[in-house]
Write a protein that binds this ligand. Structure first.
Ligand SMILES: [Zn+2]
Length: 105
């Protein structure tokens, strides 16, 4: 029953992460509210792997911690929380109350 690949693509911003999985996205530029599947932005659930790193881009902040593919150095610190991002996240938080957990970030 279990396929070898555990990757499961998502096409919205999830509100919960399945037990034993992490939420991961690729390195395509995106905003806090970009839906996976938009342009080249992709996100998926997977088991945690060495080539995933904790991401602080502000996307899906209601999840808590999420991951992205290991980044090249130039990408690492580019995206910080801006007032604009926080505003979007607050909007999301109120819509996605289920699964909302305050981030420590
Ligand atoms: Zn991210």
């Amino acid at each position: 029953m279990m396929s070898k690949s555990r990757m499961k693509y998502v096409f919205n911003i999830p509100t919960v992460v399945p037990t034993g999985r992490v939420l991961v996205h690729n390195l395509t530029r995106h905003s806090a509210s970009t839906l996976p599947g938009t342009n080249d932005f992709r996100a998926w659930f997977d088991i945690l792997r060495d080539d995933y790193v904790i991401c602080a881009c502000g996307w899906a902040a209601h999840i808590g911690t999420h991951y992205c593919e290991a980044v090249r150095e130039e990408e690492t610190n580019r995206r910080q929380d801006t007032p604009e991002v926080r505003g979007v996240l607050e909007g999301l938080g109120s819509r996605l109350v289920l699964g909302y957990t305050p981030s420590s970030a």
